[in-house]
Design a protein around this ligand. Structure first.
Ligand SMILES: O=C(O)c1ccccc1NCC(=O)[C@H](O)[C@H](O)COP(=O)(O)O
Length: 235
């Protein structure tokens, strides 16, 4: 490589650290390069953020990662109050919202929407087709175990390979049981360019760990660095 050349990584992997409750964890996510931080607005979740908590947290959040509010079959006033409290950048819908609901929430809030879909086998991926052109991103998350209270954040995986080579016509993220130890393998098996993690960066349900957040983001950075593919000459 000549002195005027630089190596450019063709791989960009965006990470969403979901279920943030404390400013220190958002700061750890920002410091180590997370693209998104997620906030859960679902009362049954151990990661639930009340409106009051959201208002207290807002001034202490770092700039950098996009703020994603996660909702489950919520109504418009509930969503709007939390968009305002946290100055959210995006909305994630993690319930049984139909394409028309996604379109309405986008129109009412003016924000991009991630629609989460539960998958366990290859045929489940087609569920995304009806949201194409309506949702801004699709989140393929593991189908919750039978009897689970939560639609997400259950620390279970699906076979990552069902997404490989699909060339899907919309942006997508992958979630479900990801950890600092398996993140690199998950990327290799699925071809994902964006991952979402919650339980894998916790010491117990709802308790995030700055060390685990750093470990996850460092593991993904390792993938990016090992796939530097192109040498560019600078004139
Ligand atoms: O995490 C929750 O408690 C939760 C509750 C209700 C709806 C969605 C929820 N999580 C959404 C996420 O985006 C999680 O990051 C995703 O499901 C992955 O979770 P995990 O398997 O724990 O990494």
């Amino acid at each position: 490589m000549s002195a005027n050349a630089i190596e450019v990584s063709l791989v960009s992997i965006d990470i969403k650290i979901c279920g943030i409750h404390e400013a220190e964890h958002a700061k750890a996510a920002a410091a180590h390069g997370a693209a998104y931080v997620g906030f859960i607005f679902f009362a049954k979740s151990p990661r639930n953020l009340t409106l009051m908590e959201a208002m207290r947290l807002a001034p202490n959040l770092p700039s950098g990662p996009k703020r994603v509010g996660v909702f489950v079959n919520a109504d418009i006033p509930f969503i709007k109050a939390r968009v305002e409290a946290l100055t959210l950048d995006m909305i994630q819908l993690h319930g049984s919202e139909k394409p028309a609901d996604v379109a309405l929430i986008k129109a009412e809030t003016g924000l991009p929407v991630i629609k989460a879909l539960a998958v366990s086998e290859e045929s489940d991926i087609q569920k995304a087709d009806t949201y194409s052109g309506i949702a801004d991103m699709i989140l393929f998350d593991a189908k919750p175990p039978k009897g689970a209270v939560l639609p997400g954040g259950n620390a279970v995986s699906f076979p990552w390979g069902i997404l490989k080579g699909k060339n899907l016509p919309y942006p997508w993220l992958m979630a479900g049981g990801l950890t600092p130890e398996n993140a690199a393998a998950a990327i290799a098996a699925s071809g994902a360019t964006a991952l979402d993690v919650s339980s894998g960066v916790e010491t117990e349900p709802g308790k995030k760990s700055s060390e685990l957040i750093k470990a996850f983001l460092t593991a993904v950075k390792g993938v990016k660095e090992s796939t530097k593919l192109k040498t560019v000459e600078i004139p």
